[in-house]
Design a protein around this ligand. Structure first.
Ligand SMILES: Cc1cc2nc3c(=O)[nH]c(=O)nc-3n(C[C@H](O)[C@H](O)[C@H](O)COP(=O)(O)OP(=O)(O)OC[C@H]3O[C@@H](n4cnc5c(N)ncnc54)[C@H](O)[C@@H]3O)c2cc1C
Ligand code: SF4
Length: 331
């Protein structure tokens, strides 16, 4: 690991003041479960590391009638185990409880989860200078791409976004509060992510000298769930994830949002799938039809066509779970 200077400010304003206006020279440190790996792999080589662990305002959860605000420094365990959040937002708390394992959940934070870097093995290998690190080409396009994107049209870099909290939060209509040198701004979470194409971009739209302060979820009682298809139960990312949220009055769906994870460089809003269930009851047939609609437009790479079928399964099961159906796959 390259030597660096460590700072531990006790306010967001101080943290913002310590950050440089370009990527690479300064890095924010939350739980460190991603950043320290990147430093040990020489993929991140900051001169300054600015810890957020001394900032108390980042570590609070406010869950009330007017909505929920979760500080960026809140640990994943605190989200997964929060009684009110569990009742209202299983799409979020189940995803938090499925991340990595207990060690990762006890150290990892909400902000770090949303801002973590991608897991492409070419990106994580210090010896490979791929497009995202300023090199000449994307090695995954004709290389080992079994865990990469299947919605590839228009993407030069075919990573998948690694956060499993993001799809549920987007389905729930979350916004993020951001602090920067010019003050604060609020952004819809769906617009927070971007598909990066080079070293001057990240997987999100924060400027290098901005800090993610909190995530807010509107107070609406909606049916919601997240379903992940995984190789194994722990210490791995899902192959495909679907998160859903919808109103369900009189046995009919309205205002549905279906979001796919781990299939594209950003979480994907599956609008055709949401349209397929609008005004309908959720049953095996309608949930399966939504799953098929969600997979439309997928253009898999040489080794990951299997993910297209998994999208259909994940959407179907997330919808059935949210509607309160029997989880026959868990029996
Ligand atoms: C074995 C393993 C399995 C995992 N499985 C999953 C999984 O299934 N699903 C999943 O979603 N994740 C998974 N993860 C990733 C894990 O969720 C993240 O490593 C963790 O959430 C990052 O949080 P952190 O607080 O440790 O972030 P850090 O490592 O401290 O930071 C990560 C990045 O976010 C930036 N950052 C942190 N906080 C802020 C902020 N407030 N504002 C702006 N930038 C910020 C940092 O600068 C850094 O670039 C896994 C990790 C491991 C090691
Ligand atoms: S997918 Fe992106 S990160 Fe991976 S090799 Fe291609 S350009 Fe690099």
């Amino acid at each position: 690991m390259k030597n660096f200077t460590y700072f531990q400010p006790n306010s967001v304003k101080q943290a913002v003041g310590l950050l440089d206006a370009k990527w690479g020279t300064t890095e924010l440190l939350a739980g460190g479960t991603d950043l320290l790996d990147l430093q040990k792999e020489y993929v991140a080589q900051p001169d300054k590391v600015v810890s957020l662990t001394g900032i108390k305002e980042l570590a609070t959860i406010e869950a009330g009638n007017t909505g929920t605000k979760i500080g960026a420094g809140v640990k994943l365990t605190a989200i997964a185990d929060h009684p009110a959040l569990k009742k209202l937002y299983p799409a979020l708390t189940d995803a938090a409880g499925d991340v990595g394992g207990p060690q990762i959940q006890n150290m990892g934070t909400l902000g770090g989860n949303l801002c973590q870097r991608n897991r492409c093995w070419y990106f994580r290998d210090e010896h490979v200078n791929c497009l995202l690190k300023g090199g000449p080409k994307c090695f995954a396009l004709d290389g080992e791409n079994q865990y990469h994107a299947v919605f590839t049209t228009g993407h030069k870099c075919v990573i998948v976004h690694p956060s499993t909290l993001a799809p549920g939060l987007i389905a729930l209509g979350a916004t993020v509060d951001i602090a920067g040198p010019k003050g604060n701004r609020t952004v819809e979470l769906t617009k927070f992510f971007q598909a990066p194409t080079g070293p001057t971009q990240r997987e999100h739209t924060l400027a290098p000298n901005e800090v993610l302060v909190s995530v807010s979820i509107p107070a609406k009682a909606v049916k919601n769930a997240s379903y992940e298809v995984r190789h194994k139960q722990a210490y791995d990312w899902p192959l495909v994830q679907a998160a859903v949220a919808f109103n369900y009055e009189g046995g009919k769906v309205s205002n549905a949002r279906i979001v796919l994870g781990h299939v594209a460089p950003t979480p994907v809003l599956a609008e055709a799938a949401a349209k397929a269930i609008e005004g309908k009851a959720i049953d095996e047939a309608t949930a399966a039809a939504a799953g098929k609609a969600a997979a439309e437009g997928a253009k898999p790479l040489s080794q990951n066509a299997y993910k297209v079928k998994l999208i259909e399964v994940a959407v179907k099961r997330a919808l059935l779970a949210a509607a309160g159906g029997k989880k026959y796959w868990e029996m």
